[in-house]
Design a protein around this ligand. Structure first.
Ligand SMILES: Nc1ncnc2c1ncn2[C@@H]1O[C@H](COP(=O)(O)OP(=O)(O)OP(=O)(O)O)[C@@H](O)[C@H]1O
Length: 249
């Protein structure tokens, strides 16, 4: 049996507001398997980002477990958790989060230098990734001198510099126009075909249809949708829309 890369066991997350517990994730059980492309959807405020942060070890559950391989994240100390995030998880955000005074190349390298790898090897890998994501000519520009789509490509290269087991992306096309958005989704398809495991949070149907399976957060839990085999992108949108509508999306 294939071992899941990420597993949640009875995962709960509440936020405290005015001395009251507000539950967001409630007893959620899920797995992310090697090589899969999982999409997380849900209405606004349903807990998509919260779940992604828990999966990536960037936040701590109120109770329950997130297992990365066989290691429970909540059992790790701060240093071990930082190492786990650095070595195993890549994160892409809606707002790119690049460092403005560094060049595109330097933004990618910074994440790579955190690992104890030879510098030469990190620089080679950064150039390979810039070529993969199509920004090799922009290496010496600062983020402000590039478009939103190019900045997101840089952020994707940065997230891949340590060859993470899983790439987690939180609304990565949310700040982009339609053309840039669709080219980023094509880039995700390419990365996925090359074997990268992906978890994408999105509220866009067209983006969700690129995945293999959709998890819809409903009342703090995850309901799963599997696309019927051999359906066109257009038909995938129709069946997913119909399934989501039944759940009040
Ligand atoms: N640090 C926090 N403290 C208190 N409440 C929070 C905190 N972070 C998130 N929340 C609340 O938890 C709920 C889920 O937030 P989350 O950002 O995970 O939802 P989301 O599905 O990603 O939303 P959106 O699609 O609007 O980005 C929301 O009601 C939000 O206001």
């Amino acid at each position: 049996m294939v071992e899941a890369l990420l597993t949640t066991v009875n995962l709960n997350k509440s936020y405290v507001e005015a001395d009251r517990d507000i539950p967001v994730i409630r007893g959620l059980n899920m797995e992310v398997n090697p090589g899969e492309y999982l999409v997380i959807m849900g209405s606004s405020g349903s807990g998509k980002s919260s779940l992604l942060y828990l999966l990536g070890g960037m936040d701590t559950p109120s109770s329950g477990s997130v297992l990365v391989g066989r290691s429970a994240v909540e059992g790790l100390n701060e240093q071990e958790r930082a190492r786990m995030r650095r070595d195993r998880i890549g994160f892409v955000f809606q707002d790119f989060n690049l460092i403005p005074h560094l060049t595109i190349l330097e933004n990618i390298l910074v994440a790579g230098y955190l690992l104890e790898k030879p510098r030469k090897r990190v620089i080679e890998r950064a150039h390979q990734l810039m070529s993969l994501v199509g920004i090799e000519k922009l290496a010496n520009r600062r983020p402000a001198q590039t478009s939103g789509g190019e900045q997101q490509r840089c952020a994707i290269a940065r997230a891949l510099i340590n060859d993470p087991d899983i790439l987690l992306a939180d609304e990565p096309t949310g700040s982009l126009n339609a053309a840039a958005s669709s080219s980023i989704l094509e880039l995700f398809d390419t990365i996925h075909r090359a074997g990268q495991t992906l978890v994408l949070v999105t509220h866009e149907l067209s983006a969700a249809c690129r995945g293999q399976r959709v998890g819809y957060i409903h009342h703090g839990n995850l309901e799963e949708f599997h696309f019927p085999p051999d359906t066109s992108l257009g038909d995938r949108e129709k069946v997913l829309f119909s399934w989501l509508s039944q759940r009040g999306w």
